[in-house]
Design a binder for this molecule. Sequence first.
Ligand SMILES: Cc1cc2nc3c(=O)[nH]c(=O)nc-3n(C[C@H](O)[C@H](O)[C@H](O)COP(=O)(O)OP(=O)(O)OC[C@H]3O[C@@H](n4cnc5c(N)ncnc54)[C@H](O)[C@@H]3O)c2cc1C
Length: 502
Amino acid sequence: MTGTTPGLRLPEADARVLARREDIIAALRAIVPGEGVIAHEREMRPYESDGLTAYRQLPLVVVLPSTTEQVAAVLKYCHDNEIRVVPRGSGTSLSGGALPLQDAVLLGMGKFNRVLDIDTANRAAVVQPGVTNLGISKAVDHLGFYYAPDPSSQIACSIGGNVGENSGGVHCLKYGLTTNNVLGVEMVLITGEVVRLGGKHLDAGGLDLLSVIIGSEGLLGVVTEVTVRLLKKPDTARAVLVGFPTSEDAGECVARIIGGGIIPAAIEMMDRDAIAAAEAFVNVGYPLDVEALLIVELDGPEAECAHLLEEVTRIAEGCNSVTLRVSTSEQERLGFWAGRKAAFPAVGRLSPDYLCMDGTIPRRQLPYVLSRMRELSEQYGLRVANVFHAGDGNLHPLILYDANAPGELDAAENFGADILRLCVEVGGVLTGEHGVGVEKRDLMPTMFNEVDLAQQLRLKCAFDDKSLLNPGKVFPTLHRCAEMGRMHVSGGALPFPDLPRF
Ligand SMILES: Cc1cc2nc3c(=O)[nH]c(=O)nc-3n(C[C@H](O)[C@H](O)[C@H](O)COP(=O)(O)OP(=O)(O)OC[C@H]3O[C@@H](n4cnc5c(N)ncnc54)[C@H](O)[C@@H]3O)c2cc1C
């Protein structure tokens, strides 16, 4: 196992590849000429990490192709020469999905930054994978359209990365995640073959491979083009800030709104620490004397919004709300969201470091999970601030720690793992939108048994027979594909004990 970050276990680097580094760089320069290959250590530093900054590793070399043909030639070369490849968009993954490997080519897709086609008649746009999430909405704004999934990182993250992680955002409660808003992709397989899945048309014949690709974390192929669904901007959007004396009251309010048949465009929750941090950051008038704050957004025709606002107000009052403020202008509505969207960097002011967790639970379990988290916080001696997509039951506990204090990173990671185990225990899942990456890789067996994992690996092997694409991510065990055909589990005994597990 290697890795420049202590405690991080990555697949053992292939010494034969490391020994051939200069030849490999020369071959890649022949495919991607000019400044498309970065091999100097100082210039590779910006790529050594992604949004999970606790982990760092310099790649073998960084390659920045700008055409599908170049991607295909790079992948074919890597396949023929058994060289690993880590695809990268903007590098904002919070689960270490784009973390490099010492013996792998880091394939940066940043130069694929063009909007290729805007087709409002088909409510679709075709974009290259390096276009930012917000860039899509900006490109169609003048036509009255937008792209719905809106991660807080939307100013920086790429649509290719969104496909990789099946990213979500505050408006996914009503409009769905990436998987519900991507209509098609062009993708290059590790062999260099270019395939197209889906497109502007509704549904395709055969197996739904597009849904396999979305959320596949760079393990199945490299996406070189994305067709997204465009939505017409709603006539009206109003946001309400509702403060509660307890998180339990806020959780109950969420359950009653949704149970009452209302699907708001968004329902977000922040706890006291997160509210204070966000308010200090953006100054939009969040109430500071409440334990929990909900931001509920309603959109649609004006009359419908007005009616739903009354309903939400009535429900909130029945759940002991202590403050309620409705946005009266577009500027005020955006202000309400500015605090929520800046919550992660804002919490960064409370502590030198934090770990952002991401798990999903059935909404009804919210009060129990929040109270267990408070107990765990005391047990580990670490503070936790909570910001989450309450409507979706998608939690983002931010565990505050100081990486320079001995043992705190370990404690924060153990605390995070306990939270994710808790999510699974109450009927939820390990991730809501940030992916598994290296962060949750070792927790996969808490959710999947050996048979489940073996089936998932078989799917991986169908796309990537030599396990060259993003190895060390998602799967807790590195298998050779040849072995998958005869994988069997007997009496719970772990198969292939000789193979590295990390
Ligand atoms: C401050 C902050 C806030 C965030 N808020 C949210 C949020 O609200 N919701 C949310 O869902 N996420 C959020 N994230 C996480 C992150 O922004 C998303 O996961 C995003 O989709 C990653 O996009 P990226 O372009 O940075 O991809 P990267 O981090 O570069 O890569 C992510 C994964 O996708 C793969 N990949 C990238 N491009 C391609 C490609 N072209 N082909 C195949 N695989 C590829 C990579 O191998 C990797 O596994 C946040 C991150 C930060 C730092």
